[in-house]
Design a protein around this ligand. Structure first.
Ligand code: TXA
Ligand code: MG
Length: 325
């Protein structure tokens, strides 16, 4: 795979990435949330490659990334006023809107559903690529299905090797967890996937993730129980039980993510002090999970963060990373 580095020849690299995308190839691009595996959103063939490379079931729809909010009307119909308000307030940024789809979207992008996911990413490199490309790019997170999302170009290289056209290296993703997804396709706007914007979204009257009437939610691949998961066991632990849980674990080396500095000096423990601010915690979360996977620790014990709205997106990812099936 071509690794396009941001080494002062950014405009050249962006042109190379755009040429590959125009040729129907897959290019991993940095966004502010996580790296995306991008393909021309109008090309069924290119989108087919995304599903094959990710080993993702065809029923799990992709997010279509735009460079300009005026493109919303190309991809969606019956757009409610709230969509324009949210776009105005949060785009470019970590928010995905689910709207009724137009005829523009190939069925393969939406998993055969009558709705479509749209977002303008808030990363300068992603925006440059989208604007030079001119059209829209379908891009799921650039990880194999069910595995940890990538927040560094090296994560993408490790998971895809030569299977894709190129990865554009934009450094570390500043947000670190995936966008909040808001469903605006029904009468009750609601959050389908929590992220870092949930506090503000709930204040605007949008129903919180996990609210009532969940019977009919559209399929969200992040809603599979085990997702974003490391290949070794990880568990969430209430703060009060942390010491006991660590002591019970005598088998091998344990990594502990704590919100307070070294409380217990135990020999077989790698103590990682996590940020107490959710914005910084989110930025580190997947980096740390990738590090844990690479490390010689056999188990990860995570001190449960607070249960407040600001932590919802993080707690959601931690629950998935630690659920054993
Ligand atoms: O931050 C993000 O959203 C990243 C970056 C690359 O933009 N993308 C991302 O894509 O997380 P992915 O494919 O890993 O997750 C997209 C989520 C999935 O859970 C998918 O099921 C959901 O969006 N989705 C897509 N279209 C949908 C639709 N029409 N209705 C409901 N959920 C939808
Ligand atoms: Mg994903």
């Amino acid at each position: 795979m071509n690794r396009l580095e941001l080494d002062g020849e950014l405009s050249q690299d962006i042109s190379k990435a755009v040429a590959l995308l125009r040729g129907g190839e897959l290019v991993a691009i940095p966004t502010e949330t996580v790296y995306g595996l991008a393909a021309d959103a109008t090309s069924e063939q290119a989108i087919g490659k995304v599903f094959r490379a990710k080993q993702r079931p065809l029923t799990h729809p992709l997010i279509v990334h735009l460079g300009d909010s005026r493109q919303m009307a190309d991809w969606a119909v019956d757009i409610p006023e709230l969509a324009y308000e949210l776009a105005e307030q949060f785009w470019p940024g970590p928010l995905t809107l689910i709207l009724k789809k137009s005829a523009m979207a190939p069925a393969i992008v939406t998993g055969g559903q009558d709705t479509i996911a749209l977002r303008i990413p808030g990363h300068p490199v992603a925006l440059d690529i989208l604007r030079e490309f001119g059209g829209a790019l379908a891009a799921p997170s650039a990880n194999k299905y069910g595995r940890i999302s990538p927040t560094a170009a090296s994560h993408v290289v490790a998971q895809f090797g030569n299977e894709i056209g190129a990865v554009v290296d934009g450094g570390l993703c500043p947000v670190g967890i995936e966008s909040s997804i808001v469903d605006l396709s029904t009468d009750q706007p609601r959050i389908l996937r929590p992220g870092l914007l949930d506090n503000e979204l709930i204040k605007l009257g949008i129903a919180a993730y996990g609210h009532a009437n969940e019977g009919n939610v559209p399929r969200v691949s992040g809603s599979d129980l085990r997702h974003y998961a490391p290949t070794k066991p990880a568990s969430l632990c209430p703060p009060k039980e942390l010491k006991q849980r660590i002591e019970q674990q005598s088998a091998g080396r344990v990594q502990v993510w704590s919100l307070t500095p070294n409380r217990y000096d135990l020999q077989h423990v790698d103590w990682v002090v996590m940020p107490v601010d959710p914005v910084f915690y989110a930025r580190e979360l997947y980096l740390r999970l990738h590090d844990f996977e690479q490390s010689d620790n056999e188990l990860l014990i995570i001190e449960h963060p607070p249960l407040t709205t600001m932590w919802r997106g993080i707690n959601n990812r931690l629950q998935r990373a630690t659920s054993q099936l």
